[in-house]
Write a protein that binds this ligand. Structure first.
Ligand code: SF4
Length: 388
């Protein structure tokens, strides 16, 4: 029997200190709270294993928060539990997010020995002043130290996260950050534009003129620098914010953008399974009070979640198109037909020909994708492609 792929996401919500731009569900907690949380997480992982009976696990992502903030034995417990309860493919991509100052040799070796084969390091900038502005707890030399330990431990697949649009950042300082990272022969980088979210210190600092964001022209210049340097160091842009050397594209994220189902474990995590989206409890006490031993036999499993949303075919197509066009390769018309039994070109005939004529959408073999100019205005194109 050919099994379908399924991805797992495991959320560790703890951080040493809150960054000034962060609106994720993440916070500092005592070690006793962390212990109890991990225990609950292991209960959840075991309770949901029956959902995955007919699936093979193609990727696992341990994210946060800061997974490297907690003791390494906790990560080893999680890995043991996943491997003994789920059918994890031998070559599954298994990633963990780490912060440069919260890893050491012991932690990184434990990750490696427990089967984790990809590290994602949250660097954000190599400029210590910019890191301070962001409220990060590490500096550039912490990153170099973490990176060297990781290479030494045997990690071959390492991602580095960078941010552009940091207050006071200039195209020159961004270029320096990017170049310093690429010179390490890094295999994958993610570059996110800073977004000022409500209820963050940055929001009020911006309103009080305490920080100044780079101007639009500077941001465009940073995009141009990214394209040039990624080309020079032979990293392919394969998604709006992601660049990789050939063969190092993040399989887990590609799964998200390609309609692969996933189960999320832990506080506030999301699942997408059997045409339904699930949102786990977002308040720690609510999550901790769940009894996952009753999950399988529960007559109302919805009580275990904050939100459960069934996705009808219109919503499914809309999500497929929105996520599919994030990929540089775009949407494959045969995959679309196999998923929906509908002709992609027929369904979006008017919008596709309009944007093809404007040079914003292009077609190569069976794939429709946004051109460079199209990626710059992707939001307006995608809103035009939504089915009502
Ligand atoms: S490390 Fe990440 S999750 Fe934690 S506060 Fe900073 S941005 Fe948020």
């Amino acid at each position: 029997m050919i099994m379908s792929n399924l991805e797992l996401y495991i959320h560790i919500p703890f951080c040493e200190k809150k960054c000034k731009y962060c609106d994720f569900v993440s916070f500092r907690a005592d070690f006793s709270v962390v212990d109890k949380y991990i225990y609950k997480l292991l209960e959840e992982i075991e309770a949901k294993k029956y959902l995955a009976n007919d699936y093979q696990i193609s990727s696992i992502y341990i994210g946060g928060g800061t997974p490297s903030f907690i003791e390494p034995k906790h990560i080893a417990f999680i890995m043991e539990s996943v491997k003994s309860n789920y059918n994890v493919l031998e070559d599954a991509e298994i990633s963990i997010e780490v912060n440069p100052n919260s890893v050491n040799e012991d932690k990184i070796c434990t990750y490696f020995n427990s089967g984790i084969n990809r590290l994602s390091i949250g660097l954000q900038s190599t400029n210590d002043d910019e890191l301070k502005i962001l409220g990060r707890v590490h500096n550039y030399s912490d990153f170099l130290n973490a990176y060297n330990i990781a290479i030494h431990a045997g990690f071959k697949n390492i991602n580095v996260d960078l941010i552009n649009g940091i207050p006071s950042q200039t195209p020159e300082s961004f270029k320096k950050s990017l170049k310093q990272v690429l010179m390490l022969n890094i295999k994958h980088i993610s570059i996110y534009n800073l977004i000022i979210e409500d209820n963050t210190p940055f929001k009020s600092m911006l309103e009080n003129n305490e920080i100044q964001l780079p101007l639009e022209n500077d941001l465009l210049m940073m995009d141009k620098i990214t394209k040039e340097l990624a080309d020079y160091y032979r990293l392919n842009r394969y998604e709006i914010s992601n660049y990789a050397k050939e063969g190092f594209e993040c399989r887990h994220n590609l799964g998200y953008w390609s309609d692969v189902p996933y189960i999320g474990f832990g506080l506030n995590s999301s699942s997408y399974f059997a045409n339904t989206r699930y949102k786990n409890k977002a308040i720690l006490n609510d999550y901790m009070s769940l009894n996952y031993r009753n999950y399988m036999i529960s007559t109302n499993q919805n009580d275990f979640y904050d939100e459960v949303t069934h996705i009808d075919i219109t919503n499914h197509i809309n999500e497929y198109v929105m996520l599919g066009f994030r990929k540089i390769k775009g949407i494959n018309t045969r995959d679309f037909y196999n998923t929906f039994n509908k002709d992609f070109e027929e369904l979006f005939k008017t919008a596709l020909s309009k944007y093809q004529n404007m040079g914003l959408v292009s077609k190569e073999s069976d794939n429709y994708f946004l051109t460079d100019a199209g990626l710059d205005v992707s939001n307006s194109i995608l809103s035009d492609l939504l089915l009502k």
